[in-house]
Design a protein around this ligand. Structure first.
Ligand code: ADP
Ligand code: MG
Length: 643
């Protein structure tokens, strides 16, 4: 029966591995999980059941920007779907919510941050939702490789909005992560289907190679078939530029791609690659998510990937058409420190954590409102770890998130305010007049003074004001826009010992840091492993293959790889410390400490460095190839007061 629906709506003749099992569970009103590699068809696991469930399917995805194609795909098949993102015009946004509330829409895609938005939440209360789909569900697990603190709140939202079923989707969950995901969302482990990690058409090659030989090797490799669609992955933006230029100068049609480029430029490169006008993209990890190009023939890791999970995802982009594809890692130990430095930069300094706790203790009100980016600068903690820290404090019972509001609503009148008030009678009219009196027009935009309105009119509350504005906007009387996000917390207690608590928080970050560093070393061990690479990879994700050896990896073909340190490093004591750090010390003045000097030398950026423009100073990252902990010991020695 579901086969008929598959044919009718999607025009597919049969299910792919795992799909039927997952779909049958969802249709039988159970919760489930699908762990299939990228491109294996996880989306169908909710797209098809969404048509058979009574109410809405709400899809939470961190890649919302990439969901446009999916919405178009569904629309093309007569399946009512939409996505809510922050770029939508207000009237379009309102129209989508209207369709969701009326039951017309079957699938609504949102980002996880949307839940903190009070406008959205008040709408969601009025919707009937059958199924919550969590895409990239491994993000909920701190054991996973891509932990996103906001995901920890999803189980609570599911309860708050009474959503009966949940479907967890991911391409990268190891057994501990699966256990963690299931426990948090209350999904029985046996309802999780793992499949498809063995890819018989990919040849997995690990090539031990000295750093100095990598460029030439890459060029030779590409010249074997210069037109074959290829992605070359590198760690750093500057390497992407350098290698792409090098290849281009040797006749390979290549382009760089990284997060430091203009988004228009990135889009152009992606499109030209899809269309076959560019043969090779030299990219950081910023490239590839959501790329649906079937005939990628080669994925070459010029630098080591970040983890086994990243490796699996990145090579998984090749050979989607089932044709033979070549995946090669140019491997040595020279850049391991560069990978580790990404992790060290995410661990906040103890002083920063203490400063945050002090702020909470000194805050005069129960409600504590923050602007995450501003706070990140103030404390010198990157935004992601700052959010993690706030979630930790939530779990400690110190603070509790209340809502995300927009610092400021603003709108443009499309009809005169008096015409708006005219539409109402009695108490509602008085209320609307009070709202409009609290709105002040400057040039084109009208600003709303919500506290002023609450003060002036006893029967107004925040929610009612917002609902009224929404209504005006829906009627076309105003064009409404929400600005700067503010996250509001309630401070539950100030009765904590600052030293003890900051120690505990730093302990959590230290554990996390340790875990992430171990993840890098697990990957190095994996590339050096003495058993079949295809099989080890599938097993890592809980998918076992029958055969002993695959016959299409470098271990099966040529044997074990050994990764070496190939760039000679002179001892740190041979560097002129004061020459390397002089300019930084002059610019940073008060902020000059062992941690900050170490980060500077290792090329690790931080919010405070952005303000100082430290990346542009001479010798930033001069020691990026040295282990962070060694550099820190050396810096501590050099900064010791001289006797
Ligand atoms: P994932 O989310 O697992 O990375 P997608 O859900 O985006 O993968 O699916 C990848 C592609 O496979 C899509 O183009 C989709 O239409 C196609 N696909 C999914 N299921 C089937 C099927 N049963 N038969 C044929 N094509 C399918
Ligand atoms: Mg997907």
């Amino acid at each position: 029966m579901i086969e008929q629906e598959l044919q009718k709506y999607f025009g597919f003749g049969s299910f792919r591995a795992g799909q039927r099992e997952v779909i049958a569970r969802i249709v039988a009103r159970q919760s489930a999980g699908a762990i299939f590699p990228t491109g294996a068809g996880k989306s169908l696991c909710y797209q098809l059941p969404a048509l058979m469930l009574p109410h809405l399917t709400l899809v939470v995805s961190p890649l919302l920007a990439l969901m446009k194609d999916q919405v178009d795909f569904l629309a093309g098949r007569g399946i009512p779907a939409a996505r809510l993102d922050s770029t939508l015009a207000t009237d379009e946004y309102g129209r989508i919510l209207g369709r969701a509330k009326s039951g017309e829409l079957k699938i609504l895609m949102i980002s996880v941050e949307r839940f903190r938005n009070e406008r959205f939440r008040s709408h969601l209360q009025k919707m009937n939702v059958s199924l919550l789909v969590v895409d990239e569900a491994h993000c909920i697990s701190e054991w996973g490789h891509n932990f996103r603190p906001e995901y920890l709140k999803l189980p609570a939202y599911r309860r708050e909005f009474g959503i009966p079923q949940v479907l967890l989707l991911t391409a990268t969950a190891t057994e501990p992560v699966i256990g963690d995901m299931c426990a948090k969302f209350d999904v029985p482990r046996e309802n999780v289907t793992v499949t498809g990690f063995y890819r018989p058409n990919l040849f997995l090659q690990v090539t031990p190679i000295p750093e100095s030989r990598k460029e030439a090797h890459l060029l030779e490799r590409l010249q074997e078939s210069p037109k074959a669609p290829t992605i070359v992955y590198v760690t750093l933006q500057k390497t992407a530029e350098r290698i792409s230029d090098f290849l281009y100068s040797r006749g390979i049609i290549s382009c760089p791609y990284h997060a430091g480029m203009e988004s228009q430029e990135r889009e152009r490169i992606q499109n030209e690659f899809l269309a076959g006008q560019i043969d090779c993209v030299v990219a950081t990890i910023a490239f590839g998510m959501g790329i649906d190009k079937k005939d990628i023939r080669r994925v070459i890791h010029y630098d080591l990937p970040k983890s086994i999970e990243s490796y699996s995802q990145e090579i998984g982009r090749s050979g989607r058409d089932g044709g033979p594809s070549f995946c090669e890692v140019l491997a040595n130990r020279d850049n391991i420190s560069v990978l580790e430095n990404f992790i060290y930069g995410d661990t906040p300094e103890k002083e920063s954590v203490q400063k945050l706790l002090h702020t909470i203790q000194q805050h005069p009100d129960r409600t504590w409102e923050i602007r995450p980016i501003a706070l990140s600068y103030e404390l010198d903690i990157r935004v992601l770890p700052l959010k993690t820290l706030l979630v930790y404090l939530d779990m400690e019972g110190i603070i509790e998130p209340r809502y995300t509001r927009f610092d400021e609503y603003a709108f443009k009148y499309r009809v005169p305010p008096s015409d708006i008030a005219e539409q109402f009678q009695g108490e509602r009219k008085e209320f609307v007049q009070a709202v409009l009196q609290g709105c002040h027009t400057k040039k084109t935009w009208t600003h709303i003074d919500i506290p002023g309105i609450l003060h002036a009119y006893a029967r107004a509350d925040r929610q009612r004001v917002i609902v009224a504005l929404e209504y005006f906007s829906k009627k076309g009387w105003i064009e409404l826009q929400a600005k700067q996000e503010v996250e509001a917390y309630e401070i539950l207690t100030r009765d904590f010992d600052l030293g003890t608590l900051s120690g505990r928080m730093c302990g959590l970050f230290a554990t996390k840091e340790n875990q992430e560093i171990r993840r890098i070393h697990a990957m190095v061990d994996f590339f050096e492993s003495d058993s079949c690479i295809s099989r080890s990879l599938a097993r890592y994700f809980g998918d076992d293959i029958e055969r002993d050896g695959c016959g299409h990896c470098s271990l099966c073909k040529t044997g074990r790889a050994v990764l070496a340190q190939t760039v000679k490093r002179k001892p740190l004591t041979a560097f002129p410390f004061h020459e390397l750090t002089g300019e930084f010390v002059r610019v940073a003045r008060g902020q000059c400490s062992v941690p900050s000097v170490t980060k500077f030398l290792c090329g690790i950026s931080s919010p405070a460095f952005m303000k100082l423009n430290a990346r542009k100073l001479p010798h930033f990252g001069a020691l990026e190839r040295y282990p962070f902990l060694e550099v820190r010991r050396w810096v501590a020695d050099c900064l010791k007061p001289q006797r």
